[in-house]
Ligand binder design. Sequence first.
Ligand code: RRO
Length: 308
Amino acid sequence: VDLSTNIAGVNLSSYLMNASGPKCTTWEELEVIGQSASSAIVTKSCTMAFREGNPEPRYSDLPLGSIQSMGLPNLGYKAYLEMVPQLKALGKAVVVSISGFSIEDNIEMVSAFQNSDVDLIEVNFSCPNIPGKAQVAYDFEQVETALAALTVLGDKPIGIKLAPYFDMSHFIAMAEILKKFPVKFITCVNSIGNTLIIDPETESPIIKPKGGFGGLCGDYIKPIGLANVRAFRELLPESVQIIGVGGIKNGVDAFEYLLAGADAVQIATCFEKEGAVCFERIENELKAFMAQKGYTKLIDAKGKLKPL
Ligand code: RRO
């Protein structure tokens, strides 16, 4: 079974890569991804300057996933810009995630990476964990203004990381905006923001930032990720590709995202919990499941969810 794919003209040896977030902040972590079966190296979202992030504890494993409020800990975009040659030398596609606090920040960072050797730029419009900052992806006017400014800065493909949507009118409104600009891919979905897990024994939240409010990840959010990929696949033209993310921890999960219409998928919580061996394991499981069904390549099943 051939799992090779292509996102915005960039060839990827497989359908699976890491998601921005877990274990992709430092050079050492990114090097581990480079040496794994992940088909790309996706960096932690970066900001203008180095950030320590939110106070700890800010991440907790849960039985069916995780909750976190990391608060954008990262080295600052210039560190990633300087790392690009070494990252490229690891031999796979390099995807930089940027997450500025204003359109001006994002213009400066996208411009800088437009003049680098990165393969793809993923602009994160959906971080839920910065106290006092709204998620751009839930403000349609701001998304439109930002895309108008960010899609004219160079020829390198730009994609955006979206928050999960829960209403058909929101899928439609966002799709209409995306169609106005040369956005090459969307990554669906970020964590479900501002959820609360309470420990009944201690009578406290289990993470410290924002009174315990954090992004929910893992198995809990797979049906939401699948719905977002499916909805956008039906609403957007083929020229906008879709990277699925949310609760993929085995080959069958990855296959479900393929049926929904994903061109590639990203792994976050499973990578956080299991480490970089997850990429090869899930790849082998997906190949075995597809072989059993007689499928030999991604397009045999991509987007082919059957009506009931
Ligand atoms: O760093 C974070 O707290 C974080 C980010 Br930037 C994001 O986009 N999504 C998320 O769940 N956490």
